[in-house]
Design a protein around this ligand. Structure first.
Ligand code: ZN
Length: 292
């Protein structure tokens, strides 16, 4: 079919289902041999209604489901530059390939954040620092992308980013507040039944740079992992004890979009850790509305 899609899908499920597919679909009684003119181009509202009709949408949905989702991995560092970034890119790429579910495009170019370009992606992942040189239009495009159903994932220093942009705090849910511990710690799995962390058991031991979080939006975030305070020295200078403790992974919503953050991921050994890799794959799939 040569006809181009004639509308812009902003509804999350519709965009995911139609990623790469055409907007022209057959009416329920159409046969394969009919000409393009006899097919029906549906308007957005009608298409969303059809999403509930499995018989009508299944062929398109099945075809789209086989295509890997595109993830934009943004690693621009306006502050501290993490040495592990090149390794993280290759590991994410491998995880996408081995899962068959996603493919990763790494970028450090803020111009990637245009409304037009973001349409190509199912989710954006940040491993960033500092006040990134993004224009107001690029910031607005990022927020609009997530608000309309795109996934947003933050790794480690994604909370050490955009301290002067309050909307970013609304998106990610907290800010980095120093790391007083760089050691092996015990992490509590706060919600072991959650599909993102159910593989991890009740606790895990891991060695990494351990972030403290300030301005945490405790009410609107679902904490998945939290530092076991018994595994660190709390009397150290600069340790801040807060009601919410030291959350190390959480999920939240932003409009129709799903947001995931983990404070882990400083050390190369963490990126090579199968448990961390599994967490990331689970989070990516969840953020784009696929299982888990
Ligand atoms: Zn770090």
């Amino acid at each position: 079919m040569g006809a181009r899609c004639r509308y812009t899908l902003t509804q999350a499920a519709a965009r995911r289902s139609l990623d790469g597919a055409c907007a022209t679909i057959a009416p329920p009684n159409a046969s394969v041999g009919k000409t393009t003119q006899q097919w029906v181009t549906v308007r957005r509202r009608e298409f969303i209604a059809l999403l509930g009709s499995a018989a009508a949408i299944q062929p398109l949905g099945a075809r789209a489901e086989r295509q890997p989702a595109r993830i934009l991995y943004f690693t621009l560092s306006a502050g501290y530059r993490h040495e592990v970034i090149p390794l993280s890119k290759s590991i994410l790429t491998q995880l996408g390939a081995s899962s068959g579910a996603f493919e990763v495009t790494a970028s450090e170019d803020p111009s990637a954040f245009s409304i037009e370009n973001l349409r190509r992606y199912a989710a954006v992942m940040f491993y960033t620092t500092g006040e990134l040189p993004m224009s107001d239009a690029e910031k607005t495009a990022l927020l609009g992308f997530v608000r309309s159903g795109g996934g947003f994932l933050g790794v480690h220093s994604a909370t050490d980013t955009f301290y002067t942009w309050p909307d970013y705090l609304d998106l990610i849910g907290g800010y980095f507040d120093g790391h007083r511990w760089h050691q092996a710690v015990t992490i509590q799995v706060v919600d072991p039944r959650n599909a993102l962390v159910t593989d991890l058991g009740d606790t895990l031991q891991i060695e990494d740079e351990i972030y403290q979080i300030r301005d945490f939006d405790d009410r609107n975030s679902h904490v998945l992992l939290r530092l076991d305070p018994n595994s660190v020295e709390l009397g150290k200078a600069g340790v801040h004890q807060r009601s919410y403790g030291w959350p190390l992974a959480w999920t939240r919503s932003y409009g129709e979009g799903r947001v995931f953050y983990t404070a882990l991921g400083h050390e190369a050994s963490v990126w090579r850790d199968a448990r961390f890799q599994r967490l990331l794959v689970n989070a990516i799939l969840w953020s784009i509305g696929r299982s888990p």
